[in-house]
Design a protein around this ligand. Structure first.
Ligand code: SF4
Ligand code: SF4
Length: 709
């Protein structure tokens, strides 16, 4: 296949990813944002044993999203909350682990249960029971306890075991259960409110323009269309921008210098300035403001806390003086109650709107829409570690020894290629080191570290770059993060062969099985040349199919990615899996005994993805003019990467470097053998012609220009 066809495939894949409907939609509003915990549907009693009935809890902000449970005698047994009403903690899939948590009046976790998750490794790899058992281990723990997943040197901390192969999921689940239980405990008064993570507003002399406020993400945004409210029209039903205006460069921009100075002078410790600007056919101030002095259309929610505003917290903001700001129909400046809003954590502005009825008026059918804001570091700086970004840090601490071990091994492999003149100095040295690398990659990287990269990570990475780069997601798997940095670097320099031929744990296993088959004198099977030449393109089809599937459903894509037998090899014992997965793993392993790397050469989508940039590799095995007429290396090249004209197919080459060892071998490579013979003959006859010898040596090194990597 010509290079342009590969490029076209890659470009088409990227365009499809760009066109992915789920990525193109800006998540400005969530119509399901009215938080109601349906205890009958979710079986709240499963996490609060002894509770016979559940009731709403009324608070100053309306009904709270959690429920109180009573026993048959009418005594309080505890409370139940759904994690997604409290925290926004994304796990490996980028989606939350929706968990129901029960808490007793003593502040003890009565139970926890995962209601829904999208974790790929659990969908197709690690059994569900591993997560269930992990979550169960929180039963009976105090919600105030410091629970650390894996290892901790903190004497105050208790540790729980990680879910092997799903570290990020375990870290996210730990935070989900604990933070939900703590927020619930604080909300019902059985746990003391932990002080917010200390922080301070940035003090700058300049005043930001509207464009800077938007670019720095200092403004939250919430847009509700007419269609969202059951009507038609282009003008939004309501569009709100909101910000915490305590920092001078934000406050002066939105309020003007004088107003900002006046407000800051009145502001008491623990209070904050919240600016809300609105436009559209509706109003965020609402009718309730006139009736009872309460703003009934907007509120702030942070965790389980709901903040309603009264007229005493409010000042009208006729217009914002921010340079470049669009026109707004209305504006408000709210002062948040003392200690209620933590500017260091994400909070939501919730708009409650009534839908149009069929007669064109407003119905009593209210919908809640929410927009989130995490105040950026350029406005508010935490004085300690960010609790909302701590998962990946913890993952690195937990895995630091493994990361060092993996990094050192990968550096050694890269070092061998940097010094490949030495590596290929003798065939014996090369083959011994290659075998040692294959065994180490299979046993250390694969079986021990579970550091097997997969095409699904590549697709998630590309999707994430297009959607919104979430470095936390990739940093949270330190071993894979290091592996991918290595893959990117070596593939661009030497092609995919360094990873596929030396480091990939499954590739290593497949090649070792082939060698075992040879030792056992099993027959060696090879596809006929015509079929092999066509079959090697199948893997590009597999890659395209996976990309296409991922576009519409990452979960379905994950299931199809089971064509990679990696999970059955390194994460779950294959014989414990469904018959289909076990059979597929067994068939590939059996085929590897009699065929050189059958999965790598014909099916692997990751190999296909890495083969594309390998066409641009900077350096490959050395060749010389004479290679076009000699077939010594061609016959010895197991992946059949050397064409009949002596050139190397860079996408097929697995960088075993045996052809380069031949190239340097004065007993194997015909031009070198010829030169040596001539040298000996001329020495014998005393007719040594240095100039002619040098010319021969230079000729022997010559490579046609089109062969040069
Ligand atoms: S082709 Fe796939 S399985 Fe084979 S070595 Fe490369 S990445 Fe690993
Ligand atoms: S023998 Fe084949 S696979 Fe090995 S380095 Fe040479 S071309 Fe690549």
């Amino acid at each position: 296949m010509a290079l342009w066809k590969y490029a076209a495939l890659l470009v088409a894949s990227c365009l499809l990813l760009l066109a992915r409907p789920t990525l193109a939609q800006a998540p400005t509003a969530d119509p399901s944002a009215a938080r109601e915990l349906d205890c009958a549907a979710l079986d709240c009693a499963s996490v609060l044993p002894g509770a016979a009935r559940f009731e709403r809890v009324e608070g100053s902000g309306g009904a709270a999203p959690f429920r109180v449970g009573y026993d048959a005698q009418g005594d309080i047994v505890g409370w139940v909350a759904l994690s997604t009403d409290v925290v926004d903690i994304k796990a490996y899939s980028g989606k939350p682990l929706v968990t129901l948590v029960g808490l007793t009046p003593d502040g003890v976790i009565a139970g926890a249960r995962v209601v829904h998750h999208s974790e790929p490794i659990l969908l197709v790899g690690i059994p569900e029971r591993a997560l269930t058992e992990f979550v169960d281990s929180y039963r009976g723990r105090s919600a105030s306890e410091k629970v650390v997943v894996g290892h901790s040197t903190d004497p105050d901390a208790v540790t729980v075991d990680v879910i092997s192969g799903a570290t990020v999921t375990a870290l996210a689940q730990n935070r989900t259960v604990l933070e939900t239980a703590r927020a619930l405990g604080v909300a019902v008064g059985v746990i003391e409110a932990a002080a917010s993570v200390p922080g301070h507003f940035v003090q700058r002399d300049d005043v930001w323009t509207w464009q800077q406020l938007v670019a720095e993400r200092a403004l939250g945004h919430l847009k509700v269309s007419q269609a969202d409210m059951g009507s038609q029209g282009d003008e939004p039903f309501i569009e709100l921008y909101f910000a915490i205006a305590d920092a001078p460069h934000v406050g002066k921009a939105l309020l003007g210098e004088e107003q900002y100075a006046w407000q800051m002078q009145r502001l008491e410790a623990g209070q904050h300035l919240l600016v809300v600007l609105g436009r559209g056919t509706s109003s965020f101030k609402g009718s309730g403001f006139v009736r009872g002095g309460i703003f009934d259309r907007v509120r702030v929610e942070q965790g389980l806390r709901s903040i309603l505003f009264r007229d005493t917290d409010y000042e009208n903001l006729a217009r914002t003086p921010a340079e470049g700001a669009p026109e707004f129909a209305e504006g408000a400046l709210f002062v948040t109650p003392k200690g209620q809003l933590d500017p260091g954590r994400t909070f939501d502005l919730v708009f409650l709107g009534s839908r149009y009825n069929k007669k064109g008026g407003f119905s009593r059918d209210f919908n809640a829409f929410r927009g989130s804001l995490r105040v950026p570091k350029s406005v508010y700086v935490l004085d300690g570690p960010d609790p909302e970004q701590a998962i990946w840090r913890q993952a690195w601490v937990n895995n630091r020894v493994k990361v060092v071990g993996l990094g050192a091994y990968l550096l050694v492999i890269a070092g061998l290629f940097v010094g490949r003149r030495w590596l290929t100095g003798t065939m014996r040295r090369l083959q011994r080191l290659h075998t040692l690398a294959l065994v180490t990659s299979f046993a250390f990287l694969g079986l021990y570290l579970h550091a097997q990269p997969s095409v699904t990570q590549l697709l998630t990475l590309v999707g994430s770059i297009i959607d919104e780069m979430r470095w936390g997601l990739f940093l949270s798997e330190p071993l894979l993060f290091v592996s991918w940095i290595f893959i990117a670097a070596v593939t661009l320099i030497w092609g995919r062969g360094v990873f596929c031929g030396w480091v990939c744990p499954y590739g290593a296993m497949s090649e070792l099985l082939f060698r075992v088959g040879r030792l056992l004198k099993l027959p060696e099977l090879e596809l006929p040349e015509w079929l092999h030449l066509r079959a090697r393109y199948v893997r590009y089809g597999v890659l395209a199919l996976l990309v296409g599937t991922f576009l519409y459903s990452s979960e379905l894509g994950e299931r199809l990615a089971e064509i990679e037998p990696f999970k059955s090899t390194f994460f779950v014992a294959p014989w414990t899996r469904e018959l289909l997965f076990f059979g597929w793993w067994l068939a590939l392993a059996a085929a590897s005994l009699v065929t050189f790397r059958p999965f790598c050469r014909y099916l692997c989508p990751l190999g296909a993805a890495l083969a594309l940039p390998s066409s641009l590799r900077l350096s490959g095995p050395h060749r010389r003019n004479f290679c076009s007429s000699c077939t010594i290396c061609t016959r010895g090249c197991e992946p059949k990467a050397i064409r009949s004209d002596g050139t190397i197919d860079r996408r097929e080459c697995l960088s075993c470097m045996e052809c380069e060892a031949n190239y340097r071998d004065h007993e194997v490579c015909p031009p070198l053998v010829g030169i040596d013979r001539l040298l000996q003959k001329q020495r014998r006859h005393g007719t040594l012609n240095e100039e002619r010898l040098r010319k021969l040596e230079v000729d022997a090194q010559k490579v046609p220009h089109r062969w040069v990597d």
